[in-house]
Each structure stands twice: as C-alpha cells, then as structure tokens.
Design a protein around this ligand. Structure first.
Ligand code: NAD
Length: 319
C-alpha cells in the first residue's frame, strides 16, 4: 500500500512509519514540524528513514490545500492515516482557536483533498478526552457531548466531520480513540517523560489533584498494532477505543517510575488543572471484536522499557 501519513514526524507517527516500512508499504509523511515541542526531536525521529527507498518526507501543513492536491496528484495514495494535530489538553485551554484551526479545519482540509482526489480510506487519531468525565469504563456508545477542554471538543468535532464524509461520500473511516500513549520517544511534555527526567535528576515533580486521578496508559506498540489492524479492517464508519484497559492512579504511576529508576520522587502537590478529567478507562471489547485489537504490554513492563530507553538516550548524549 502507499500511505499518506500526516503527523508522521511526531511520537506515534514515527513509530508507525517504522512499522509500515518494515511491512513493505510506501510512506509519504507530511508534517509541518510545529513548535508545540522542540522540532529537533521530530527531525531526529525522521532522520532514521531518510535513506529508505519507500519513504518520502514532505514538510508542510495539512491546512494547505494546494499542497495536498499536488501531493495526491503527483504521488497517489491508497490510504490516509491522519495523526497530525495540536495535542495536549491544558495548552488548548489557553489557545482554543489554534486547536480548532489545526484539528478541525486541518482535518476538513485532508478530507476535502481526499474527496477531490477520489480517495476514500482513512484511519484517524481521536482521543479518550472526548469522553469527558463520563462513567468508566468508557464505551464507544457513550454520548461524548460534554467535552471538558477545547482539545477534546476539537477531536470530537473531527470525528463528526469524518462521519459526514462517510455518509455523504462513502468514505471508509475509522476514528481511533487513543488513551494516554507512552513508550520510547513519548512527547517530552507528557507526564511519564517529565517525571522520569526529573526523578533521575533529583528534581521535584508536580502532581495535580490528590493522586487519585487515574489514566489508562497505553504502550506505543499496542497503539501501532491498533492502527495497523484498523487499516486492514477499514469498512464503513467506526469509532474504536484503543487503550490499555488497565487504568492506574497517579500515585501508582509515580511508584512504578520510582521502581524502574531506582530513585525516590520528590513531590510538589498542586490543585487539579482546568480541562483535566478525573479518570480514563477504555472498554476495548468493540475493538477486539471489530479489528482483533488487544493490549499486550502491562504498565510495569512498559514503564521499565521507557526508563531503559531514556537512560540509554542520556548515555548517548553524554558520550
Ligand atoms: P505529536 O505532537 O508528537 O505528533 C503530531 C504531529 O503532527 C507533530 O509532529 C506535528 O509537527 C504535526 N502537526 C501538527 N500540526 C500540523 C499541521 N498543521 N500540519 C502538519 N503536521 C502537523 O503527537 P502524538 O502524541 O504523536 O499524537 C499523534 C495523534 O494522536 C494526535 O492526533 C493526537 O491528538 C492523538 N492522540 C495522542 C495521544 C497521546 O497520548 N500521545 C492520546 C490521544 C490522542
């Protein structure tokens, strides 16, 4: 298959690129290397593929219709995997228009360019945040009409647009609701990255709330497995939870990081932040049934892998 991958230089995108190339697919990766976090990390993410004969990187914006039209005309594609977005719940509270512009108008731009090019197959990244503070475990039939942040509202809006393109234009689209993704290369502002870096350097970590908030952390390999299976099973419109289905509290997360690093955490407690949800927990039975998805990496194991990767990276930098 020839796949257009938006957001291909990011955390999830670069893991997916690696797997797609290993499986013999051609990848056209489109990413604007935005400054949400250091673009040097994204350049580093994609450097490993630059010599691959089935890989092409294009630095550009999903909102640039001229670019998308040219890209589909020149290269053609079978399937689009749409990961490009402004991620992050808390910063979306400060800058809602940017989040809507990238995540909603950007998605519309990709869908429209696909329609005009006669392409109809898409897997796109949604988020557990669309559930807000719904009752756990979250199931895809939940209403999702009470988002708690502009980020969550933008992801839900993108899902609604995807449904519209399925209904009007016969697109096959799968919207995958990812639950807090972690593993080597995790975005540097996310909790596990931040905590690991600070604990290893003897610096205090900030915990918001009282430590009982819980997240369903999902190891990157399970996310990639979910995306690949969704591509293989594309048929009609679907919304699927792709999570670890084993939530843990913030306190337990810190304990696992302490165990994996062998260091005690210094904790600075702060109140809950606007936009944050109490807990996330994926019911993955629909994904299991529809696309044969099942999470396989437990949190203790995943955290250990992350910490080992992080330490190895620091050693390379130090040499
Ligand atoms: P990331 O920030 O590492 O990757 C997103 C990539 O999109 C970045 O490389 C960025 O430069 C690119 N991008 C942003 N705006 C763009 C634009 N206008 N045009 C082209 N490229 C653009 O984030 P990630 O963690 O890899 O997340 C990937 C997707 O998964 C996102 O859609 C995110 O909302 C979703 N998601 C992630 C998580 C998680 O825990 N990481 C959880 C739920 C959903």
């Amino acid at each position: 298959m020839k796949i257009l991958l938006t957001g291909g230089a990011g955390f999830i995108g670069s893991h997916l690129t690696k797997k797609l190339l290993e499986q013999g697919h051609a990848v056209i990766s489109l990413d604007n290397l935005d400054t949400y976090y250091d673009p040097k990390i994204k350049r580093q993410n994609i450097r490993q593929f630059s010599a691959h004969p089935n890989y092409l990187f294009i630095e550009g914006d999903i909102r640039d219709r001229t670019l998308l039209d040219a890209l589909f005309r020149l290269y053609g594609c079978d399937t689009v995997v749409h990961l490009a977005a402004r991620a992050g719940v808390r910063p979306s509270v400060q800058n809602p228009s940017l989040y809507f512009d990238v995540n909603v108008n950007g998605t519309l731009s990709v869908l429209e360019a696909m329609r005009q090019a006669g392409l109809r197959r898409m897997v796109m990244a949604s988020s557990s945040s669309v559930y807000g503070n719904a009752r756990v475990p979250f199931t895809e039939s939940d209403a999702c009409d009470r988002p708690l942040s502009p980020y969550a509202a933008s992801k839900r809006s993108a899902e609604l647009l995807a449904h519209t393109y399925h209904h009007l234009h016969g697109f096959d689209i799968s919207c995958l609701r990812f639950f807090t993704v972690y593993g080597p290369g995790q975005r540097p502002e996310m909790a596990i990255s931040q905590f690991t870096e600070r604990v290893l350097n003897g610096l205090p970590i900030t915990l918001f709330g009282d430590g009982t908030t819980a997240r369903d952390y999902t190891y990157i390999d399970d996310i990639i497995h979910g995306i690949l299976n969704a591509i293989d099973h594309l048929n009609g419109y679907s919304v699927l939870n792709i999570g670890g289905s084993d939530p843990i509290s913030l306190r337990d997360l810190v304990s696992f990081i302490e165990q994996a690093t062998g260091e005690a955490a210094l904790i600075n407690w702060q109140p809950m932040q606007p936009g944050d949800v109490e807990r996330t927990y994926a019911d993955v039975s629909l994904a299991r049934k529809r696309i044969d998805y099942s999470p396989s990496v437990r949190i203790e194991e995943g955290i250990q892998r992350f910490v080992d990767w992080y330490k190895a990276k620091q050693e390379v930098v130090a040499v």
